[in-house]
Ligand binder design. Structure first.
Ligand code: DAH
Length: 343
């Protein structure tokens, strides 16, 4: 019994000094462990006559000390928890993290600006499918199956008759056919595809905005070369307003127009003196255009002698590159925040 009293006193002393998990654990091992003081009392059993009450007494002592132990353990846990809570406290006065506002990509923004210029001139928007038929993309534009000009527009074929459109001119064919012998004034924005090697000024996928005006010759306004040049000059002056860039019309060839022109704008990088970007020419080509070929009107069901029209196809990327002095077309697609947030 003396031994019991000693253990009890010892436990009291020690537990009063326990103030963290480590010393609590040590105390547990020292008293309740396999080789601990309480278990040690069992070894005396062999010398005890009334084994039952002795065993009972050990158990009582163990329960008594364990109860104290549990109280202290709970206290320590509470202290630790409170410390943790204090450390993790949320400072409600801190400003919240703001979501960065989304911004329109400069390519789409440029497309919308181009569209607005034509909408102000009375054009309506027409759209068409990106997966186009060979007929609308080529044949209806006077480019039959073995036409050599098809080489310049190699594309991705879905099958023999279906392909990823190489230009927005297919929407011309569709809209003409659906409105045969009616006046038309439309622009057609969209993505187009070419089997092309990507570099600073080329991409296998890019954007075009097609334009088309068809008018009955009996009207007192026309839609021929003169009106085409006026329209495109107005467009170039508006989109590049405030910039000192020259617009150049150059004779060209397209199977769907006759005569055909290409329009170049002074290279904004070198201001026309010649650099790598413009391949030393001082100009960047931004669009193709011309007076609609009679065959195109005829294939669509128009009376080709009664109607006249012009058409053009603007490369949206080229306009964006020139207008914002961007040195590589690929910046427009990569979605790098550092690039995007400049505009
Ligand atoms: N479709 C031509 C191209 O992608 C551009 C073009 C030229 C469109 C003349 C036209 C046009 O509407 O009349 O290269």
């Amino acid at each position: 019994m003396k031994k019991f009293e000693e253990i009890r006193e010892q436990f009291k002393l020690k537990i009063n000094n326990v103030n963290n998990h480590q010393s609590l654990k040590e105390l547990k091992v020292e008293f309740f462990g396999k080789k601990g003081l309480i278990t040690g009392l069992m070894s005396e059993m062999k010398n005890i006559e009334d084994k039952k009450s002795y065993g009972q007494a050990i158990n009582d002592l163990k329960c008594e000390l364990m109860a104290q132990y549990n109280i202290v353990e709970q206290e320590i846990n509470e202290v630790l928890l409170n410390e943790q809570l204090k450390k993790d406290a949320i400072d409600v006065t801190l400003p919240g993290r703001k979501n960065k506002p989304a911004k329109q990509n400069i390519l789409l923004k440029t497309a919308r600006e181009i569209e607005m210029i034509f909408i102000e001139m009375g054009y309506e928007i027409a759209i068409g499918p990106e997966v186009e038929t060979d007929f609308y993309n080529f044949e209806a534009l006077n480019l039959d199956k073995n036409h050599p000009a098809r080489d310049m527009q190699d594309t991705f074929y879905i099958n023999e008759h279906l392909l990823l459109r190489t230009h927005t001119s297919g929407i011309q064919s569709r809209t003409l056919q659906a409105n045969a012998n009616k006046d038309l004034k439309i622009i057609c924005p969209g993505k187009v595809y070419r089997r092309d090697d990507d570099d600073a000024t080329h991409s296998h996928q890019f954007m075009q905005i097609e334009g088309l005006v068809v008018i009955n010759k009996k009207q007192n306004i026309s839609a021929s070369m003169r009106e085409l040049k006026t329209t495109l000059s107005i467009f170039a002056n508006k989109i590049f307003a405030g910039e000192d860039l020259e617009v150049r019309f150059r004779q060209s060839f397209f199977p769907f127009t006759e005569p055909s022109v290409e329009v170049d704008i002074t290279c904004s990088r070198c201001k026309g003196s010649g650099c790598n970007f413009c391949k030393q020419t001082g100009f960047i080509e931004v669009l193709g255009a011309g007076v609609i070929h009679k065959n195109v009107l005829k294939i669509a069901g128009y009376d080709e002698d009664e109607y006249v029209g012009f058409a053009f196809g603007i490369g949206v990327e080229r306009i964006a590159l020139l207008k914002h002095n961007i040195d590589d077309i690929r910046h427009l697609y990569i979605n790098d925040e550092r690039f995007n947030k400049q505009f």
